[in-house]
Design a protein around this ligand. Structure first.
Ligand code: AMP
Length: 175
C-alpha cells in the first residue's frame, strides 16, 4: 500500500462533489504540470517494478495514458491502450464491468499482447478496482501475464485491492 508522500500529496487537488454529489475527486493535473514532480512520480513508479521484466505497459483511458506512456518509454517496453468501447479501430477483446450505477465496457486490440508477455497496467487512481480488474482480465484473455498494476494514488477505503485479487499492486500514495 502507498504511504503518505508529502511532495506528491500536496500536488493532488481534492475536489468535493465532482463529477457528482458525494464523489471526492482527486485531480492529478497539478502533479502533471510540475516539471520536477511529474518526472519524479514516473521515476518512482518505474522503481517500484525494478524487480520484474516488463514487455508491455497498458494504459487505461484516459489519464492512464499520460502515465503509462513515459513508464513504457523508461522500461523500453511497448505501450498498449485500453479504451472505452467503440474507440479502437481493429478487432478487439471486450470486458464489461460494474460501475456504482450500471456498467461500462473496456476494449483492447486482439493483437496488442501475445501469449506469455509480461504486462504492467498503469492508471492514475485505484478506487473501487472495477476498471483495473476488467483491464487485468483483458490482458489475461489474450494470454498475457499481469506482473503488476501501478497507480499514482489509491483510495484505500473503497476496497479496490480486493477486487484486483492476488495481482501485485503498487501505489505511490494512498488516501
Ligand atoms: P474504479 O474502477 O472505481 O477503481 O475507478 C477507477 C477509474 O475512475 C480510474 O480510471 C480513475 O481515473 C477514476 N476515478 C475513480 N474515482 C476517482 C476519484 N475519486 N478521483 C479521481 N479519479 C477517480
Amino acid at each position: 500500500m502507498g504511504e503518505a508522500v508529502p511532495w506528491l500529496d500536496d500536488l493532488i487537488r481534492v475536489i468535493p462533489d465532482y463529477p457528482s454529489a458525494g464523489i471526492v475527486f482527486r485531480d492529478i493535473t497539478p502533479l502533471l504540470g510540475s516539471p520536477a514532480a511529474f518526472g519524479r512520480a514516473i521515476d518512482d513508479l518505474v522503481a517500484r517494478f525494478h524487480d520484474v521484466p516488463v514487455d508491455r505497459v497498458v494504459g487505461i483511458e484516459s489519464r492512464g495514458f499520460i502515465l503509462a506512456a513515459p513508464v513504457a518509454y523508461r522500461l523500453r517496453a511497448g505501450f498498449v491502450p485500453v479504451r472505452k468501447a467503440g474507440k479502437l479501430p481493429w478487432a478487439v477483446a471486450r470486458e464489461e464491468y460494474a460501475l456504482e450505477y450500471g456498467t461500462d465496457k473496456l476494449e483492447i486490440h486482439r493483437d496488442a499482447i501475445h501469449p506469455d508477455e509480461r504486462v504492467l497496467i498503469v492508471d492514475d487512481v485505484l478506487a473501487t478496482g472495477g476498471t483495473a480488474a476488467a483491464t487485468a482480465r483483458l490482458v489475461e484473455t489474450l494470454g498475457g501475464q499481469v506482473v503488476g498494476l501501478g497507480f499514482m494514488l489509491e483510495l484505500a477505503d473503497l476496497g479496490g485491492r480486493a477486487k484486483v485479487g492476488e495481482r501485485r499492486i503498487e501505489s505511490l500514495t494512498s488516501f
